[in-house]
Design a protein around this ligand. Sequence first.
Ligand code: HEM
Length: 289
Amino acid sequence: MAQRSEGMSRDLSEALKESTKEVHAEAESTEFMMSFQKGNVSLHEFKLYLASLYYIYLALEEESERNKDNSVYAPVYFPAELNRTTALEEDLEYFYGPTWRKEIQCHEATQKYVDRIHHVGQYEPELLVAHAYTRYLGDLSGGQILKKVAQKSLHLPSTGEGLSFFNFPGVTNISKFKQLYRARMNSLPMDSATEERILQEAKTSFLLNIEVFKELQRLVSQGRLLENGHLDQHEPELHARAVNRTHSPKKTDRAQMKHNNMLPSTPLLRWTLALLFLATTIAVGLYTM
Ligand code: HEM
């Protein structure tokens, strides 16, 4: 592979930023991201979001590992600093409990994104840099804003539980690390045709993220419809828009679930119980007279 060609006037990092400007704005203004930024994210939404991210990073980091010796990927291979899979596993366990693996689902748009990452990793590895750029530099930028919003709106503990995804303990200075990452991208050996394909793939990567956000929004809206029509007994966390400060969400969800299950489910049963209670009170009253 040739080094960066003479005619390539811009650095790859500048070219990436420039060519993804429009799709970045589009991603930011999706309904899902807009309500997230406004602090309107519910626990249910946040859990769905983390589950999607888990599948995406599992694929990204599997392909990253596969391609760590590829000359166009190796310079941006930073597993100790960037890998998110373990952090997401911790967060999912925190929110869903020990059975989280059985409870989460890979929905269609997330699967499409995952498939694209695997395709790239196996057949066009030079494009993997576009996927790594979109996710990791995003997490180190806007992701840090979302962390604060999530912590505040979901009342998550300041000790960081439930927010491992947003924390990068291997990066001491985010701004300096982003500079290093950009410098490494600028040093990648490639010709202009490869650079053009990377720029296209970065846009594709943003569009795949946008599809995931739209799908999450649809799932959430469907959940709300269910909530308005019939009480959805399987998704009690739909009703919990805030998390109690002193309990983990798992406990809050379970307490809510228990509370729901303790209430008789039909009006007829409720009336019968009320009448029984009334009759018992009268009988006790008459007996003690
Ligand atoms: C609410 C949503 C978002 C906000 C508020 C946001 C905000 C920002 C900000 C302020 C920067 C500039 C940081 C800097 O120059 O140091 C940035 C950069 C970036 N964001 Fe976002 N962002 C959001 C969503 C996203 C999404 C969904 C993605 C992709 C999945 C993404 C990917 C990126 C990338 C790759 C960069 C680095 C650009 C570069 O310097 O080349 N962002 N974001």
